[in-house]
Write a protein that binds this ligand. Structure first.
Ligand code: BGC
Length: 742
């Protein structure tokens, strides 16, 4: 196995890049995520461990957010009395005043789910030590966190002192989420911290134990319990220290700290190597189905593994009451809120690679149906209307105002009220899950209810005007244009939704009549209501320009100022930022794939009026909207790669793919410090499988591929689950295959 293509490596640590690397090097296991901060800390760092489902609404904040829980990472190492620090510059490398890093390599091995760091360090005393750090968040036992530190005396006979701690004084960038009473346990070998969130009253227990061949002592300073061990090392001698930690919350244990401490005894008994072996074994099963192998493009291969890794570590394994936030568990961006990013970007890869994980995510929405029904009622509608931003309660948690802008003003945020397509996006994911897995039980018990009740919502939401149906005051995927009437994306997807609802109901009546009756009764699916759905399907207004042969993003769109976005290259910021908010909303600059997104979701089913060829319409749409798109959202490039590939535009599709797959690695958006872009990660997986490889289910229910691979890709090999069976595909590039055999 070539681990080079499985690793993300950092060789020259720079202070101004550390927050970026903290995000990239996040480890996790679907229960929690821990950013890749250094054990010993660094000025300006942003260590965080985020646990799925632990939200809190702190006083004075507009909305709840995921809570940064006590930090299990801290390990400080003192060499001849002076602390090891990441000092990379000094005037005297023989007698450095604070020590100096002489060599450094940090690597995230995605195949193994392990983060390592090797440092060659000269202490102020002159002693040179090699420090090797390793950490993982166990995938085989989600409550186990393990660290190993090996210290070798390379030159000199240093005295070493190691202090391992739990930091109970953490905040969300200054916002405190815990009640002042913190339970600190420093009595035994296993230290612990237990905290309670202020508003939501979740209890979080973090335990930790340091295993050293030398004597240990425990104590605490404030909310920071610690364990200390010290010893002398002879030249060329080394020592291995293991630190086992565990986290439980009141969501999964009655006594979180006690349970965490008991788990640590179990971990210690098993030993580091056994735990690591089990962890790696579990990762191997993940990769068996999730890995896509690209022959002919090593960089794309590595980057694609990186994006897949981040989807996998964010996806809850056992808990169906939590979901993936827009920035996964790797940063505080978007406050850990769940958007359509999950259903349309992260769920599809999981449906094919790890269907159980996809099911968990869909169940999160099922459990939150009450919140969606409340939202519909509060807005004067029927049925279920899912929140644009969702947390642990299922209520709408989109803030109504932005954080203060540089001039002190705040911008009104309309998405919570107007970005209503989320309910259809969820339905799309449920339908896709059902088609690919054949999980009828899920559809009958849970999925159908969501599809139908959100259809009830649309039935009550549409407006009947002049013999047709319309939807006013919407926000489509292009969020630069808010509160518009008749977004083609929304209107067309609503038609798709109502058709799907009717066919699901018909299927239920045939296959599970008692459940059909149950839902017809509970959701009040009267014949009049169903007739109205059919009427909406027939008479929904789909903005279309016959002359140009294009779908119109919304009526009036082309009356606005035209800005040729490609003229603004090269740029490192969005065209919106260049033009300013006020002007850009009056122009045809599009934030992200909108009509293009519609084409990704529906393919040729996007449809065209009689007499027009749908493929030609799709191409016209592309030629119209692509040069107007800012890609101001990370969701955009992958969808363009997908659609571009289907249209045979492989060159531009590859450019878009390359952009999307490096959004986090290259910090293309300049905000990776806030967390991984989950949707981009799931999006590139789909761009490869549905776009370049063209995987689909045909009319007869068989799987088909229809490759349009980038010129230099020799082949792509991937596995998918289809109706419970694993299938392997190798898609070849005809041009390269024939030239190779000639
Ligand atoms: C995008 C949305 C997305 C959200 C969270 C916004 O910038 O426009 O489509 O859901 O970010 O990622």
């Amino acid at each position: 196995m070539q681990d080079r293509l499985w690793e993300i490596v950092e060789l020259n640590p720079r202070a101004d890049e550390q927050l970026h690397y903290e995000t990239l090097f996040t480890i996790g296991n679907g229960y929690l995520g821990t950013r890749g901060s250094f054990e010993e800390g660094l000025p300006g760092d942003s260590p965080a461990t985020l646990v799925h489902g632990i939200y809190d609404h702190a006083p004075g904040m507009l909305v709840p957010e995921l809570v940064n829980v006590p930090n299990w990472l801290p390990v400080s190492i003192f060499i001849d009395g002076a602390p090891f620090k990441m000092v990379t510059k000094t005037t005297d490398i023989m007698r450095p005043p604070e020590g100096i890093v002489l060599g450094y390599r940090r690597a995230l091995n995605m195949r193994r789910g392990i983060l390592t760091r090797e440092v060659l360090f000269r202490a102020p005393s002159g002693s040179v030590v090699r420090l090797e750090f390793e950490r993982f968040a166990s995938l085989s036992d989600i409550h186990i966190l393990a660290q190993r530190i090996r210290i070798t005396a390379v030159d000199g006979n240093p005295h070493i002192r190691v202090e391992s701690a739990i930091d109970g004084d953490v905040t969300n960038m200054g916002v405190r989420h815990f009640l002042p009473e913190v339970n600190v346990d420093d009595r035994g070998d296993t230290i612990g911290v237990e905290v309670k969130t202020q508003q939501s009253r979740y209890i979080v227990g973090v335990g930790s134990r340091l295993i050293s061949p030398h004597r240990i002592q425990t104590g605490s300073t404030g909310n920071r319990p610690y364990t200390v061990t010290s010893f002398d090392l002879a030249q060329e001698d080394w020592v291995v220290l293991d630190k086992f930690s565990s986290i439980y919350t009141s969501r999964d244990a009655l006594q979180p700290l006690d349970t965490a401490q008991a788990k640590i005894s179990e971990a210690v008994a098993a030993g580091y190597e056994t735990l690591r072996e089990r962890h790696e074994g579990e990762w191997a099963t993940y990769w068996e189905t999730a890995d896509i192998q690209i022959d002919g493009d090593d960089e794309a291969q590595r980057a694609l593994r990186f994006t897949t890794y981040h989807v996998l570590i964010a996806a809850p394994r056992t808990d169906e009451r939590v979901s993936i936030g827009a920035k996964t568990l790797s940063g505080m961006g978007y406050k850990g809120h769940v958007f359509w990013d999950t259903e349309l970007f992260c769920v599809p890869p999981l449906i094919l690679a790890q269907p159980k994980l996809a099911r968990n995510l869909l169940m999160y929405r099922y459990h939150n149906l009450p919140g969606a029904r409340n939202k519909a009622r509060a807005n004067g509608y029927e049925g279920a209307m899912f929140p644009w931003e969702s947390t642990d309660t299922g209520e709408e948690t989109t803030p109504q105002w932005s954080d203060p802008q540089p001039d002190g003003s705040r911008i009104r945020i309309w998405t919570g009220e107007r970005e209503q397509h989320i309910s259809t996006d969820i339905t799309y994911a449920i339908d896709k899950y059902w088609r690919w897995t054949g999980d009828d039980e899920f559809l009958i018990k849970y999925g159908a209810e969501m599809i139908l009740d959100t259809a009830v919502f649309w039935g009550s939401r549409v407006e009947h005007k002049d013999g047709r149906y319309e939807l006013s005051q919407q926000i489509g995927p292009d969020e630069y244009h808010e509160n518009i009437d008749n977004s083609v994306f929304v209107n067309r997807m609503v038609v798709w939704h109502l058709r799907t609802a009717l066919s699901v109901l018909a299927w239920l009546m045939g296959s599970a009549p008692a459940d059909a009756e149950r839902l017809i009764g509970a959701l009040n699916l009267t014949p009049e209501r169903l007739a109205k759905w059919n009427d909406i399907i027939a008479k929904m207004y789909i903005p279309f320009d016959r002359e140009q042969g294009i779908h119109v993003q919304f009526p009036g769109f082309f009356d606005m100022e035209y800005i040729p976005v490609p003229h603004y290259e090269p740029r490192t910021t969005s065209v919106q930022a260049i033009l300013g908010h006020a002007r850009s909303i009056q122009t045809q600059v599009i934030k992200q794939a909108d009509v293009v997104m519609l084409m990704a979701l529906l393919g040729e089913n996007v449809g065209a009026p009689d007499g027009l060829d749908v493929r030609q319409v799709m191409l016209n749409n592309w030629n119209t909207y692509y040069p107007r798109t800012d890609h101001g959202s990370s969701l955009s490039p992958a969808m363009h790669a997908w659609v571009g590939a289907r249209l045979g535009l492989t060159e531009v599709a590859y450019d878009m793919f390359d952009h999307a797959v490096h959004i986090d690695l290259n910090d293309n958006k300049g905000n990776v410090r806030d967390g991984i872009h989950a949707a981009a990660c799931g999006g590139v997986w789909q761009a490869v499988i549905f776009g370049f490889c063209g995987l689909s289910i045909d009319e007869a229910g068989d799987l088909q591929v229809d490759p349009h691979l980038p010129e230099h890709w020799r082949s792509v090999t991937f596995n998918v689950y289809y109706r419970g069976e694993q299938r392997t595909f190798t898609v070849k590039n005809p041009a390269l295959v024939s030239s190779a055999t000639r």
